[in-house]
Design a protein around this ligand. Structure first.
Ligand SMILES: [Zn+2]
Length: 207
């Protein structure tokens, strides 16, 4: 299984909304690989509003959300924390990405506690250890340790921005193992677990 999650349209270089609407024409399976069509939406403000509205979000197989430069207006820790907590309340959001980004600091304890309560996976992002979002590595280790202790779910992400990096998880897996995160806490260890999680959310939304 692969998840295709281009950045939302507010990020410079992110696709136009038409791209996300057009994803419906992509097959669900290519060469025996299940394809999840989604987005990495940008958290835009303290309210946790995203750069795609409900029309698009409800059509996505998977919705990631996170902070990105040039989309979120401040590095104030209180505001970033409120924004991330509010984003988790959006019923269309499935995963919070790269929470260890030092450019947008958050109260880890508050975020991890709420994520565990909601069953919202926080991402351990492989490229955070390879030069993306410089300074993330130590933060990610700290977050992983707190999640191991707190028992919330995580997802291991490649954050591939280039074909060669698809499926590369080595640093993220090493971090999860070193922290003592248990396999049952990791969402993407099987296709069934992922589909159950996403299917459960979509089912809840229809009620
Ligand atoms: Zn990102």
């Amino acid at each position: 299984m692969i998840a295709i999650t281009d950045h939302g349209p507010a990020l410079p270089g992110g696709p136009h909304l038409y791209y996300f609407g057009n994803q419906r024409v992509l097959p669900d399976e290519i060469g025996g690989v299940r394809v999840l069509k989604g987005v990495e939406a940008n958290i835009m403000n303290e309210k946790g509003e995203l750069d795609l509205d409900q029309y698009y979000l409800e059509r996505m197989d998977i919705v990631l959300a996170g902070f990105h430069a040039q989309c979120f207006p401040t590095s104030d820790r209180d505001i970033c924390t409120k924004a991330m907590l509010n984003t988790m309340e959006n019923p269309y959001v499935d995963i919070i990405v790269h929470p260890g980004n030092p450019e947008f600091p958050v109260d880890y304890e508050a975020v991890i506690k709420r994520a565990a309560e909601k069953g919202m996976p926080l991402e351990i992002n492989n490229s955070s250890f390879c030069g993306s979002r410089r300074g993330s590595g130590d933060n990610c280790c700290e977050i992983a340790g707190m999640i191991a202790a707190g028992g919330g779910p995580v997802v291991i992400g490649s954050d591939a921005h280039f074909a060669r990096d698809v499926g590369r998880f080595e640093h993220a897996i090493e971090t999860a193992l070193a922290a003592g995160i248990k396999e049952e806490q990791v969402l993407n260890t099987s296709v069934e677990k992922i589909l159950n999680y996403l299917g459960r959310k979509k089912h809840l939304l229809r009620e």
